[in-house]
Design a protein around this ligand. Sequence first.
Ligand code: RRO
Length: 312
Amino acid sequence: TDLHTSIDKFQFNNVFMNASGVRCYTKDELDELAQSDAGTLVTKSATQTKRLGNPSPRYAPLELGSINSMGLPNEGLEYYLDYALDFQKAHPEKPIFLSVAGLSMEENLAMAHTIENSDFNGLVEFNLSCPNVPGKPQTGYDFDRTQEVLTNLFDFFTKPAGVKLPPYFDLAQFDQMATILNQFPLKFVNSINSLGNGLMIDPETDTALIKPKGGFGGIGGAYAKPIALANVRAFAQRLDPKIQLIGTGGVTNGRDAYDLILAGASLVQVGTLLQEEGTVAFTRLTRELRAVMQTKGYNAISDFRGQLKVLS
Ligand code: RRO
């Protein structure tokens, strides 16, 4: 059973990879991802300069997932770009993703210029959906702003790129966002980032579980699965077929990944599960996805990608 997949001209020997933010902060963590069974990896979303992020505790595992308000801690673009440039020399057969998340349009455009003028030859993921920086609304929930950012970006940016989006909950939002996205030469759309601004309470102490923002944080894991499936499916139905889908949210076993692929995903990212289990999660997910495919009589991802059936 072959788990090979592709985005644009880029080939991957496994559909699984990390979700940005999880175990991809340091070069050591990135090396561990590279050595795992994952098909590729993405770096922690970068800002122009290093950030320490929000005060701890800023991540907590939950019964069905996780809550985080990391606040974009990262080593700065240069660190991750350096890593990517070294990596592509050492592993020309394994294209990787560089994630960027500017706190303003100017910062996003400045980072895009730096990448454009570099030798980076992988894919760039523009994160339009960080929910956790106090005072900074998620770009992906402001449609005019998203249009403006992408217009200014693709005015000069020519490297293969995509966007990481927040979850949407109304079909009119999918219509509007897809109309915007279809105007640009995007190679992929990655849905979804965490469910923004959830709240979990410790029953012993009646206290919010995490410290930043009075306890509000992005929810990931099993809580997110039906929302992720709907977002991947809704965009697959609306986007130009040249724009591929990356499915992220709620993967805890091989069947969850199979479902995201049925909904239209070409790659599957793993967040909370990877945080909790480590890179060995990819070994189990790979085995479980292969088993589901074998049961269904499928030999390749392309045999069932996007083939979700609905009741008539
Ligand atoms: O760093 C974070 O707090 C964070 C980011 Br940038 C993001 O995109 N999604 C998330 O759940 N946390």
